[in-house]
Design a protein around this ligand. Structure first.
Ligand SMILES: Cc1cc2nc3c(=O)[nH]c(=O)nc-3n(C[C@H](O)[C@H](O)[C@H](O)COP(=O)(O)O)c2cc1C
Ligand code: SF4
Length: 487
């Protein structure tokens, strides 16, 4: 399948056409034909459970912008993005964006860092978001704001954008090759892991003192927390068995509970995954419009380098371990869970379905709606198995004009508790709020998944939404991006 064959959702215009399109693709995605407005909207229903009273069902996903200062403090661009998170009207702000627990653990030299030097500005990020949220919704009742804590593991680039400094837990036969890692490249030692765990403790205590309601112990997208879950081949305390692979989480949680007992904890989890994908050079001759194909894994079966994948066919999923993991979260008293998938580094079409790839990506090997349906179905199944957890779903942005119809139905039918918004918040933060308020929908601001928000920051340009954002109108960044995309 090429990008050209995929029907653009923007061209469907009416929900009946969307319905017909789903049937053609044989996909199960819930949708409501009529959007309910005001307090009766399923998206506006508060959710009260345990210690939580969250004011509505709109969640904002973490979205980093590679735009912090070199010492890890938010810049004006970061403040602007967090204000937009507040403007969205979402009452659950899941982590704002990835904040590294140590300089060595940063994914790029402009990632936020939680440290004594940056704490004052991080606190201002939260209050700026809250003030903007009050302007949209009238109050901060039921607003829950977290901070996503991360160590980038295999994807650390703390010092130079172009200089990877991977910290790995085990040798991965496919990903090591991509990163040009020799077979004797050093693994993180158990004592280095213990010191990273202490970084998480310190960071969580600080987040609590800065007024964040919860921290997310990030376990997704190929970063360190996620890599632990697939560390089947690692020897020692932090790998091998399920118990070993989740020891990192348990030790992080234990320390946070004793240092900051009032702080809630959440986990964002890549519940499913697949093998790494790359551009298929056989399918196009122009050097840039290649379709994605899975790396060959024939000689790697049973596959022991994934989490949530079927070991006999790692392009398929297996929820038995993710279910065990959610069970563990319940035992640890963690109710807040955000379900996502895959990794932006090695299978972006799984993680954030898009029509257009970022400049270093590949054309979608499937209709992006298939990717949306995959994440919705996974989340639905996990929610069904763990009804007491407060579950946020991901990958809704590709639904574009039909996002309100699907979001409302997904919450109403209990597929998910909160509809999480990623890219849509960059282009049109108030989209779901406007829809459930009965305000005019501004179609021009609907994200069309052009991926510029990924391409630009990866190439040192400021982050944001290039085609739709006023912020770029008076700059030449858009032109620079066009040049980059032409390659
Ligand atoms: C520019 C950009 C930055 C992102 N930053 C983060 C991040 O800091 N932490 C995280 O867990 N996910 C991050 N994501 C992934 C999103 O949270 C989300 O899972 C993904 O975009 C799919 O949701 P969507 O379809 O609503 O965009 C990022 C995605 C994009 C495009
Ligand atoms: S740059 Fe804007 S339109 Fe493109 S994917 Fe990002 S948010 Fe959507």
């Amino acid at each position: 399948m090429s990008g050209k064959e995929i029907i653009r959702l923007g061209s469907l215009k009416h929900v009946e056409n969307f319905q017909a399109h789903l049937q053609t693709l044989n996909l199960e995605i819930p949708y409501d034909s009529q959007i309910v407005i005001g307090a009766q909207s399923p998206l506006r229903a508060p959710l009260v459970r345990g210690p939580f009273k969250i004011g509505n069902r709109i969640a904002v996903h973490p979205m980093e912008g590679w735009d912090a200062t070199r010492d890890g403090a938010p810049s004006e661009n970061t403040f602007r993005r967090w204000k937009n998170f507040g403007r969205s009207g979402g009452k659950l702000v899941w982590g704002g964006e990835a904040a590294a627990v140590s300089h060595e653990g940063r994914a790029n030299p402009n990632q936020l860092l939680i440290s004594p030097r940056t704490e004052k500005k991080l606190a201002e990020l939260r209050t700026g978001l809250r003030d903007e949220h009050i302007l949209t919704t009238g109050s901060d009742d039921g607003l829950l704001v977290g901070l996503q804590l991360t160590h980038s593991g295999r994807y650390c680039r703390p010092n130079e954008h172009a200089r990877p400094e991977p910290r790995i837990l085990y040798h991965h036969p496919l990903l090591d090759r991509r990163l040009n890692l020799p077979s004797d490249y050093p693994l993180l030692t158990d004592s280095e892991i213990e010191s990273i765990i202490e970084d998480f403790h310190r960071a969580a205590l600080m987040a609590s003192q800065l007024g964040f309601d919860f921290v997310d112990i990030k376990h997704c997208h190929g970063y360190l927390g996620h890599e632990f879950l697939s560390a089947h081949t690692r020897q020692g305390r932090y790998g091998g068995t399920f118990e070993g692979r989740t020891r990192f989480l348990r030790e992080v949680v234990q320390g946070i509970r004793s240092l900051a007992p009032g702080l809630h904890i959440g986990v964002r989890l890549s519940a499913i995954d697949t093998v790494p994908f790359h551009r298929d050079p056989r399918q196009s001759g122009n050097g840039k419009s290649h379709i994605g194909v899975a790396e060959s894994f024939d000689d790697l079966l049973p596959y022991r380098w994934g989490f949530g994948v079927n070991p006999q066919d790692p392009t398929g999923t297996d929820l038995s371990e993710p279910e065990k993991f959610l069970s563990l979260l319940e035992q640890l008293g963690i109710l807040l869970v955000n379900i996502t998938a895959g990794s932006p580094y090695y299978n972006p079409h799984i993680q954030r379905p898009a029509l257009y790839p970022p400049s270093d990506g590949y054309l979608p090997p499937e209709d992006p709606l298939v990717g949306v349906a995959r994440q919705l179905a996974t989340t639905r199944e996990l929610k069904r198995r763990f009804p007491n957890l407060l579950v946020v779903g991901s990958a809704y942005t590709y639904l574009q004009d039909f996002l309100p119809n699907v979001a409302q139905a997904a919450v109403r039918e209990g597929w998910v508790d909160f509809v999480g918004l990623g890219r849509m918040v960059l282009s049109y933060p108030e989209f779901l709020w406007d829809a459930s308020e009965g305000n005019n929908i501004q179609r021009k601001r609907v994200c069309r998944t052009f991926s510029d928000c990924t391409t630009a920051p990866r190439n040192g340009l400021p982050s944001g939404c290039y085609p739709l954002d006023d912020y770029y109108k008076d700059s030449d960044w858009g032109d620079k991006l066009k040049i980059l995309k032409r390659g």
